[in-house]
Design a protein around this ligand. Sequence first.
Ligand SMILES: Cc1ncc(COP(=O)(O)O)c(C=O)c1O
Length: 571
Amino acid sequence: MGDAAPGMAVPGGAAPGTVIAETPQQRDRAKTIFEKGAPGRRAFVCPELDVPPVDPETLLPARHRRAEPPRLPECSEPEIVRHYVGISKRNFDLDSGFYPLGSCTMKHNPRLHERAAALAGHARLHPLQDLPRAQGALELMWRLQGALAEIAGLPYVSLQPSAGSHGELAGVLLTRAYHESRGETRVKVLTPDTAHGTNPATVTMAGLQVVKLATDAHGGIDLDDLRSKADTDVACLMLTNPNTLGVFDQNIETIAQVVHGVGATLYYDGANLNAVMGLSRPGDMGFDIVHYNLHKSFTQPHGGGGPGSGPIAVSERIAPFLPVPFVVRRDGANDAPNAATRARASGGGGEEQSAGAGANGAGSAQSPADGAAARPAQPMFDLDYGGGAQGDGPGSQTIGRLRGFHGNYGCCVRAYAYICSLGADGLRDASETAVLNANYLLARLREAEVAEYLPLAYGELCMHEFVLSGGPMKRELGLKTLDLAKRLLDHGFHPPTVYFPLLVEEALMVEPTETETRETLDAFAEAIAQILREAAADGPEVARGAPYTTPVRRLDEVAAAKRAVIRQALP
Ligand SMILES: Cc1ncc(COP(=O)(O)O)c(C=O)c1O
């Protein structure tokens, strides 16, 4: 049921202010699959048995059998298809419209990658398959390790973590292991006040202590604050660069000096790596540990559309603690297990180029630096559990395994397909276009006179995203950032990220990505301008009541978070 706002055209042509009654069709849409169908109805009928029947009781011990059959929906195939297609249409997704969710990098997922990931050799490969029969998959992972190493400018990679936040946890555990190996117990982790919420959450989860760093007038780390807090209790600094304000911290070399100067490590939250791929590398900036959000920078359906993947790359000094197993290439007599995760950060070395990103095939046995002879025709890809490492080699003092099996392999396939299809130049182009698109949109908003109500929070230009402050809009038009965001849905756009970073008043964080057209960016700028004009002319009520055109109206988000109803009794 919905109450239309005054002056607002509502779907179905009801007059503004009318209470719209729920129709049988709407009620039907709210039914769960258990409320559909009829007893005995089936979507699939098994063929007659053409093998001798076996009593299931002889196959499965009684303790593993259910006492009663499960209550499953009994529906025809068309009912099932309509049910799930119907649900899918009630959501907003990237394939339906512009989704400029800041910090989340909702860019188009090329269908080519889906085809690659769906190939039976990938999609139907069992994670416990014998390694000799999974050589292709292992080689793909090994090549991806090499390409990611080259992109970050750090030599060793683990594909295990399942998300950016999981990569962060890996990074903090690695940092702790590194300090402990030196006989040091360091308890503090520095995080800027612009940090993504997962940074402090990870630190707390790892049992360390969060110490906040202030932001300077340019949107970067306040160096005085950093210097005053950097001491020998500090385990590491976690930093995103560009940060969540869309600002590249120009002081990164000084920051690295200060942090390394007190013996701490530098962790790169790679969620914004998509702004700098092929342009600058965290390893060159002085970072020791990096996580990648494969699902952002390297495209995957995510944010409810699919699983994530958050591999990490580390420097030589962190490598002994790497999670195991990782993929190596063993070159027969020249067995070089540890070299296989290694890519010369400089791009020099072996003959074989991996992944179009300029990496050198991740340290094949041909690499002169490995001192190895020519490799055999059939390299053998294998999993290294750190046991083969000598002395302080990769994984020799591992923090252990971070998850079952080998990471989200489907994400590896898509990311590898993305890197190969773009190549080194294409990756750089993607980042440059992401930055260009964000600055274009910013300029269009200024032209549309939006900046008066929604000024840029820091600086004049931005990297791949920007943060506007809705403070003036709230004071002058009575419109909160949330109202603007909800009204954007009626214009067919997914709202940008709101109220983050926390230090910006009424923040609106926009990340257009490189895959959007100029027309889309123009239309989005015009939609924001129109919402502001509407509020200036008619008052804030229309936007305050938005959205009107979505399957559900404005939700009570506090109640939804505090009293979540996530179970429904069976009919
Ligand atoms: C800056 C930043 N860091 C870390 C993360 C966490 O990544 P994930 O969602 O993959 O756990 C995000 C996610 O949005 C992010 O934007």
